[in-house]
Design a protein around this ligand. Sequence first.
Ligand code: NAP
Length: 301
Amino acid sequence: MSDNAAKVVIAGGSGFLGRYLAVLLRRDGHEVVSLSRTRSDVTQTGVRYVPWDPTALGDWVEELEHADAIFNLCGETISGKRWTDARKADLLESRRRPSETLVQAINTMTHPPSVYLQASGVGYYGTGEDAVSDNGSPGDDFLAHLAMQWEEPVADVRTRSVLLRFGVVFHNKEGALPLMLLPFRAFMGGPLASGRQWLSWIHIVDAVRAICFVMEHSDIEGGVNITAPQPVRNKTFTTLIGAALRRPTFMPTPRFLLNLLLGEQAILLTEGQQAHPDVLMQRGFSFHFPQLEEALENLVN
Ligand SMILES: NC(=O)c1ccc[n+]([C@@H]2O[C@H](COP(=O)([O-])OP(=O)(O)OC[C@H]3O[C@@H](n4cnc5c(N)ncnc54)[C@H](OP(=O)(O)O)[C@@H]3O)[C@@H](O)[C@H]2O)c1
């Protein structure tokens, strides 16, 4: 991509990450079009929402014709509703179908965009103790299979493609962090399960800066971990939250209770992965919040 103003299309741009990405892109002078199943308006910051059907080609494809970059940030929220078989099918469908449709649209174009960037997650690697780089092997649990099937259509796209494997993106009001802080705010915080599980995280400011960095670097392709360089164990996370909020952290939550309350979804809290952003580091991306301590001080106070 050139350094000049570009046209950037964001499918699923009405969500948490998409809205912050759009703000940064607009600030840098780019035209931003958001494909949405529900919105068709223009925001105060000049983001144009265009309705689309993520399951079929339609008029919306014209918006892609002269785009320089396309982000695909679609997908129903992973946490929340219990992971029944029907819910799992919805989580997959809401990711796989937009991915297939966008790849199909790009492949029909005479002048495709110079880059297609699709969300994925560090859940791709499964869970465990070992450090995982951007070229790590996939895991073998539900989230790993979900990520693999979500990423699969991208192998066929006829342009540069990047799989943005996000860690948990931290913001003070949106995403997972406000929920994670609740027990601590209520003086009932503490380590979860063994407390040894890893957490790969990233501050929202660095998450959107990192994905713009990847968009602009034409030599970056394939899986890229969008995580801070310091993944932490749950025990460390607990201690740092306690310090940032000035709250006690002595109330552990046992694994069996989380399993009972959340079912299979408890894995989001009781297991984790130690993902490292090696591609970003090697290319010289500079994090504003590389350490969790600084990120939490910035977000929770
Ligand atoms: N936030 C994180 O910490 C994090 C971590 C790892 C991975 N990710 C992944 O990154 C992507 C963006 O995350 P986010 O936090 O911005 O998610 P989000 O706030 O839930 O937004 C996702 C967007 O996807 C669209 N969408 C929902 N269901 C859809 C469906 N069935 N078909 C097509 N589009 C659908 C919605 O847009 P419309 O309603 O306007 O169509 C929604 O605004 C997601 O795929 C998420 O799993 C996020």
